[in-house]
Design a protein around this ligand. Sequence first.
Ligand code: ME8
Length: 640
Amino acid sequence: MKKTCYVTTPIYYASGNVHIGNSYSTIVCDCFARYNRLKGNDTFFLTGMDEHGLKIEETAKKQGLTPQQLVDKVAESTKELWKKLNITNDDFIRTSEERHVKVVQQIFEKLLANGDIYLGKYEGDYCVSCEAYFTKTQLGEGDTCPDCGKPTRKIQEESYFLNLKKYSDRLLDFIEKNPNFIQPESRRNEVVSFIKQGLEDLCVSRTSFKWGIPVLSNPKHVIYVWIDALSNYITALGYGSENDELYKKFWLNGDEVVHVVGKDILRFHAIYWPIMLMALDIPIKYKLYVHGWFLMKEGKMSKSTGNIVYPMDVVNRYGLDALRYYLIREMPLGNDSIFSYERFIDKYNTDLANDLGNLISRTVAMINKYFGGQVVKPNKNYFSYDSQLEETLELTINKYNDYFSNFRFQNGINEIWNLISRTNKYIDETAPWVLAKDESQKESLNCVMYHLFESIRNINIMISPIMPDASEKISEYLGTNLTKFEDLGYGKTVASKVIEKADVLFKRLDAIKELEYQKEEALKKMVKPNDFKDEITIDDFQKVDLRVGEVISAEKMEKSDKLLILKVNVSGEIRQIVSGIADFYSPEEMVGKKVVVVANLKPIKLRGYDSQGMILAASSSKKSLEVLEVEKENSNAKVG
Ligand code: ME8
């Protein structure tokens, strides 16, 4: 039976560019939305921007913009990015839009009138980056934020509070009665134990900054981001406005509502949001799917450290479907995953170029060679392998549906790829090239081709939510329009004519070359002009051991245009330092220079060469660079 499905991403902070990590939330939701549409479900897919708060106010100031100008700019570039990533959202909500602001103000007043919000005083340690207060026990060393590690500030202000305590038993009861409310189970357990420790009432307004939605009855307060942000899921549907059909259809009377969030915003969605809904007397309709984080090998991906991958860099080099595939395949629900180009390239070559790509090109080539491109349904099977393949196919479809309906995309993809392997094995088992030599085997050869065709056609339907572009091309190669959900299953094709020659869908990558390219790109990204880093303390700075070093020899690294290998005398120690300055300095020019060296940088290997430090250089663009030099001091000098 067809049902309605409402799926939402978190709304992203409009303080900077969206990276691979937060793009994941959107791509995975898009996959779910596309899967539901494929099934014929009436689907509404929402994403948007979280545009208020101190961080945005401060970022705008740094950039010489008004907060509104900043959020307008970021919203436009994010919309653009979603278009490029083939995201099929039905709406894009921005929390600075009037349709949202007005309703949030009403929500706040309603909660106030019911006594669920009260006025009190708040003093606490506040992290500007995370827009959150932390208790003393939560703080890291030196009163730093437990989430991002940055220093917190002590803030005292008159604030409104949302009465959470009042609802905590009701919420526990709800979670108990709805075991699927929070998934995976580990996250549900985390929430239950957090509630059982006792909830503190939540501070829901601020007087310390201006960039937010003013409280109607007391405008010196702005509504603190979470009441504002969480409400987007219903304001976008028209809740509280005259035009609330979508709200009625997809929320009140809807069949399935799914919020997808990263683990860091679990509490907000599993505790504060349901309590807000209870207080507003709105049914809690949603299921919460909590995903982990994409990390870099070096740790958390972060805009401020530059330890970051941007989606368009990957798309421009390897194509969109490869990125979508990799992200969805690599992230199991609930756990973290590491983004690495080594793994990306490996999965690309193995899964996409070899397993899937080859299966398609081989099959299309054989159908052309043996039957002039014509596929015709056989009257019967000839080999035991035929029915085995059919069985695997039917089983895969069932498992795929089970997994995809329950947001277990990684498991679902594994099933599809098992079928791809089974189909590749079927080619080896039936050895069509042998059958082709024997005219009397014409029928059985046709039967083999048909099985291959049907298997690919089904695989193609199943991968369409993940890789929409490739899927469209594959349908074209197969000459089929049996691409809908109801077309899943073996034997639906009566006849078809495949394309004469299928283009290579995923061209094999030269792994070594690609990795070198990515390393060089990463080096380039280390230069970030006009981009002040986050504030540090003198203690932070003193961790860096800067020394004068005298370059005693220099040579170009083989097969690299950019790298020089320097031998540098640092306080009597001869260090080998690999430096990306070859575009600007010849080895000869470097010898004899007294440069500034970061002497306690953890040694790394660059293209197989040890690098025991870094030399400092100034650069205002990719086209210019100047190494910092010292005139009089010698290589025993410290810098600081
Ligand atoms: O939290 N890997 O916005 P946001 C995977 N405005 N997911 C990641 C990630 C990574 N490396 N980094 C971030 C906010 N995310 C709020 C949401 S909703 C009412 C308000 C995910 O831009 C993160 O877990 O900081 C979160 O789900 C989403 O990106 C948005 O992050």
